[in-house]
Design a binder for this molecule. Structure first.
Ligand SMILES: Cc1ncc(COP(=O)(O)O)c(C=O)c1O
Length: 384
């Protein structure tokens, strides 16, 4: 009986392999904030979202150890039961203050944040308009919601407006989903244009700023790149990238956060984060607040790379080089590996068909000389 289903899965795996889209978990040791040991080679990693190297910061690690010793390795239950460690309150208060928001709520991860807040805050009477390149976690949240969802062309305010004109009046409320920085292309969301449309059509924006928080707007995030700051109802972020720890969060008016405590399933029906993880996030956030100049370095590094590699000026600390074909992309990643660099090969379904790419992420810990050498390898590889 079981053999039938196993053989079906084998066929599925073989189909994925034929497309060069099979994924393998490769053991990767991050021994220090710069290098990884992978396939028995020491490589400089340009594939990590630890934008400020805070996961390896001694003060952060010490705070995490202290909290683990004090409170234990796990939180023991859901936050709504007995897992609401005092560190949650401290972290949420600081996040809300830093993000200039009324209130904040920490979730188990960025993925769990999007998967939880969208169904919790929307109903079948609502319309959800989302960028076609929205992250997988937003797509899951949309699927879990009873609301009507329609995608708009990437960063295309005209297309969004045509959808608003056509559909807005048939629904009680409308939410527009975009991202501060799109994770696979590194381009920025057209937040100002979208905020104007939200205002015109009585809609609200939900912004995923997973890749903007800690690195743009002096660390406060993508919205703080603008003056005046565009009106956005709800922002989500992650504690797993620039913060160098683990978890996700949402900042919003108090009433919304209160409602999430009673309605967001990915908050209610899961165990709270380990105390050591909360303490690490808290310390990392304090470091960012104290050293806003640190937050600018990843983007400066990405610009230095692009300038030296002859690539267009990037919009964030993520640089994508689209090579279209899966095999070609894997081969290019191997060439970088042979030169001592680890660069992720990103393939469908993470990105649309025929847009396989190398994705370079820059961190404050990278050294300028390594970035320039990497740029030289890229220049030679992509010269035609
Ligand atoms: C745009 C975006 N949103 C959400 C997430 C999920 O965040 P986390 O890694 O904390 O689950 C990611 C992670 O890759 C992301 O890139």
């Amino acid at each position: 009986m079981n053999s039938k289903i196993i053989s079906l899965y084998k066929n599925k795996l073989s189909d994925i392999s034929k497309l060069s889209q099979a994924r393998n978990l490769v053991t990767t040791r991050r021994d220090n904030d710069l290098n990884v040991i992978r396939n028995k080679k020491q490589l400089i990693s340009f594939s990590c979202n630890d934008y400020l190297g805070l996961s390896k910061n001694k003060e952060v690690i010490n705070e995490s150890i202290k909290a683990t010793k004090k409170y234990g390795s796990g939180s023991g239950a859901s936050r709504l039961v007995s897992g609401n460690n005092p560190l949650y309150e401290e972290l949420e208060n600081l996040l809300a203050k830093y993000k200039k928001s009324e209130s904040a709520c920490v979730f188990g991860s960025g993925f769990l944040t999007n998967a939880g807040i969208i169904p919790a805050l929307t109903s079948s009477k609502d319309l959800l308009l989302y960028d076609e390149l929205s992250h997988s976690s937003t797509n899951i949240g949309l699927k879990l919601s009873n609301a009507k969802s329609i995608k708009f062309k990437h960063n295309d305010a005209n297309h969004l407006e045509s959808l608003l004109k056509k559909h807005r009046n048939n629904f009680f409320h409308c939410f527009i989903f975009t991202e501060g920085v799109f994770s696979m292309d590194g381009d920025r969301g057209k937040i100002r244009e979208l905020a104007m449309l939200a205002n015109k059509y009585d809609a609200s924006i939900i912004l995923d700023d997973a890749h903007g928080f800690g690195v743009l707007g002096q660390g406060r995030g993508s919205l703080h790149e603008f003056n005046p700051v565009p009106e956005v109802l709800i922002q989500m972020g992650t504690l797993s990238k620039a913060i160098g720890s683990y978890g996700g969060f949402v900042t919003a008016p108090k009433t919304i956060i209160k409602l999430l405590h009673s309605k967001a399933r990915s908050l209610i029906y899961t165990t709270g984060l380990p105390p050591g993880t909360l303490a690490a996030s808290l310390k990392a956030l304090k470091i960012i607040i104290k050293k806003p100049d640190l937050t600018k370095i990843p983007y400066e590094h990405a610009k230095l790379f692009c300038k030296n590699a002859g690539l267009p000026t990037p919009e964030s600390s993520i640089v994508s080089k689209i090579l279209y074909d899966e095999r070609h992309t894997i081969k290019a990643s191997k060439i970088f590996e042979n030169h001592g660099y680890y660069i992720g090969a990103i393939r469908p379904p993470t990105v649309p068909k025929n847009t396989s790419r190398l994705r370079f992420t820059f961190s404050s810990v990278h050294k300028k000389k390594d970035i320039k050498k990497l740029a030289q390898v890229s220049r030679n590889l992509f010269k035609d």
